[in-house]
Design a protein around this ligand. Structure first.
Ligand code: NAI
Ligand code: 13P
Length: 330
């Protein structure tokens, strides 16, 4: 929508021919964005060759679980000159390996990971298609690539910043979904506003700890892809992660919640991924750990909160200083 609104010839790929035909005939995406008329310049196709062949830029936004499959399908029709952007918020989990989306795309397209642009930030689709003012980041180590992506997307209602720290932007986009699940759970259990503010703040601390251990610049977590996306996902009723958390609070089983949602809830797989990453990198992620017990080991949320509240005493400033002093990239 944003690209077509900028008068760029834009093709949307769907694996379903019926879905692509319906989009073209009605100019609406009835299942995912009901009631919204899409821009005239936007075409849909179920042919991946037609969608990406000869394209100046390709934007990958499949759910993280489908990214490798989709990138593999697209690979034969993409040249080395094509600008590659992705906006997916999750990790690939395969057996014991965990990969960021840029790594997965780079492997499938046989490209250098550092050329891939990550687009992220507080940007619920429902508001973007309604042209509500929205701000995002295009992140890439190669400034020219980040700026090319910025040029394509920037518009009067869609402001795009650049950031060289693709790792930080990518990791914060994925990890904030875990905290949003927790915020939905907390709201559903009527734990109150203090608890949610604590979840956001201490959630950001553990996202920053994990991100910097993976090579991110700690300043990224104070930006749009960090605190910005964390705030919107933990507070907006558009958020699927927040909604899934609030359904879990009603006592529904995880499978039932996922069926009710009918859309991707990235935070669930990401909780599993982050639980493993925390052990691999030896990083403390207490909220993620407790959420892991709740989601996958049937721990009651009340006991999880007790465990969080009863942790050893910590000096807040010393702990933040530790995160920011180490692992500086830039
Ligand atoms: N919806 C939003 O507001 C935002 C979503 N994102 C991210 O974008 C990614 C995708 O999310 P949504 O589009 O919202 O999810 P969604 O659940 O609304 O839609 C996912 C789409 O992917 C398709 N799909 C699933 N498996 C596929 C496969 N194997 N091959 C091809 N297509 C497949 C589905 O048919 C569906 O059309 C996620 O990582 C999400 O975190 C990022 C920013 C905002
Ligand atoms: O990342 C998002 C908004 O920036 C979308 O979050 P949900 O996947 O929770 O809906």
């Amino acid at each position: 929508s944003v690209l077509a609104g900028n008068d760029l010839d834009t093709v949307l790929w769907s694996r379903s021919k019926d879905h692509a035909d319906e989009l073209n005939a009605s100019r609406m995406n009835a299942k995912y964005l009901p009631g919204v008329l899409l821009p005239e310049g936007l075409r849909a196709t179920s042919s991946i060759e037609e969608a990406v062949g000869g394209a100046h830029a390709v934007v990958f936004v499949a759910p993280s679980s489908a990214m490798r499959e989709v990138a593999r399908l697209a690979a034969p029709y993409i040249t080395n000159e094509t600008l590659i952007i992705h906006a997916t918020k999750g990790f690939e989990i395969e057996n014991d390996t965990l990969k960021r989306m840029s790594t997965v795309i780079a492997e499938e397209l046989n490209r250098n990971e550092e050329e891939i642009v990550v687009l992220s930030g507080p940007s619920h689709a429902e508001e973007v298609v309604s042209k509500c003012p929205t701000t995002v980041v295009t992140a890439c180590r190669i400034t020219e690539a980040a700026e090319r992506a910025q040029d394509l997307f920037i518009s009067p209602y869609f402001r795009v910043y650049t950031n060289p720290d693709a790792i930080g932007v990518e990791v914060s986009g994925a990890l904030k979904n875990i905290i949003a699940l927790g915020a939905g759970l907390s709201d559903g259990l009527k734990f109150g506003d203090n608890a949610k503010a604590a979840l956001l703040t201490r959630g950001l601390a553990e996202i920053a700890r994990m991100g910097t251990a993976m090579g991110a610049n700690p300043l990224t977590f104070a930006g749009l892809a960090g605190v910005g996306d964390l705030v919107v996902t933990c507070t907006s009723t558009h958020s699927r992660n927040w909604r899934a958390g609030s359904l879990l609070a009603q006592g529904k089983a995880l499978d039932e919640v996922l069926q009710t949602m009918g859309m991707v809830v990235e935070g669930i797989r990401t909780t599993k991924a982050a639980h493993t990453l925390a052990a691999q990198y030896n990083v403390e992620m207490p909220i993620t750990e407790q959420l892991y017990h709740v989601l996958f080991e049937n721990k009651s949320p009340k006991l999880a909160v007790e465990a969080l509240m009863g942790r050893g005493r910590t000096n807040e400033i010393e702990e933040i200083a530790k995160t920011t002093k180490e692992n500086w990239l830039l």
